[in-house]
Design a protein around this ligand. Sequence first.
Ligand code: B12
Length: 230
Amino acid sequence: MTEDDIIARLKENVIQGRKTQQDEGIDEKLSGTPGVVELTRLALEKRISLEEIINALTAGMRVVGEKYSSKEYFIPDMLASAEAVGEAMEILKPLLEAANVETKGKFAIATVHGDIHDIGKNIVAILLRGAGYEVNDLGTDVPTEKIIEFIKKESPDYLGLSALLTTTMTEMGVVIEALKDSGLRDRVKVLIGGAAVSDEYAQGIGADAYCVDGFQAIKVLDSFQQAKTS
Ligand code: B12
């Protein structure tokens, strides 16, 4: 299998919700062929970059979302794909985290109240740990009060908020207002991300940055560090 084949198959197997070779998938056309777990291991053996692997997994999930929108897929289908990506991330995690030991700052991350999507948040957390940040993952469906309490007690340098639903993204603005009301807004930089939000939305609610993915978050944080030292 060429590297391009592995990447294409990874994406396709996420779309099919096939964790391993044993899984049939949505329409059984891939039955008996390697699933996401085997392909992730193979990609690592072939020294395909971690970024390329994660991008293939994410691209697959994007298609799953489109299929759910068009009612071709239902919730169990989304879940099967989500679990396959989760397994792949378990394989990648030690490699991503081993990359760096130095601490560049404290980063708290949460999926906002009402929202249980956690794959994106988990990927960002893993990537930032690998990039040298001390990451506190507060979980999913995190009440705003709990986030404020954490900022008060632990004084992280950065707060990352994730939201995937148009109904929950407004909670990000609620968190920022609560930070202001508690006199904490100047103590923490707020980064937001998730399929529902955008650069424009970040500006509208007064976040410090919107990041399309974890790799961009690393770049944005580096630029904050540079601004601090220059
Ligand atoms: C998997 C999935 C689920 C799974 C979640 C499993 C899990 N453990 O997370 C399940 C089945 C549980 C689910 C449930 C629901 N879902 Co859903 N889900 C998805 C799906 C297909 C993929 C999400 C995903 O994991 N993507 C892959 C990851 C890697 O991408 P990501 O999350 O965007 O994260 C990346 C970036 O955005 C960024 N990022 C994300 N967060 C952050 C935070 C920071 C700080 C930074 C820097 C960056 C960053 O970096 C990440 C890594 O690259 C999306 C479709 C989509 N296009 O997003 C729908 C989607 C989000 N779901 C949707 C819906 C409607 C629902 C439900 C309401 C369905 C229902 N009727 O019950 C429920 C809501 C449950 C709730 N209260 O939260 C809609 C939302 C529509 C809308 N506009 O509001 C979507 C868009 C599908 C669709 N097209 O209709 N879902």
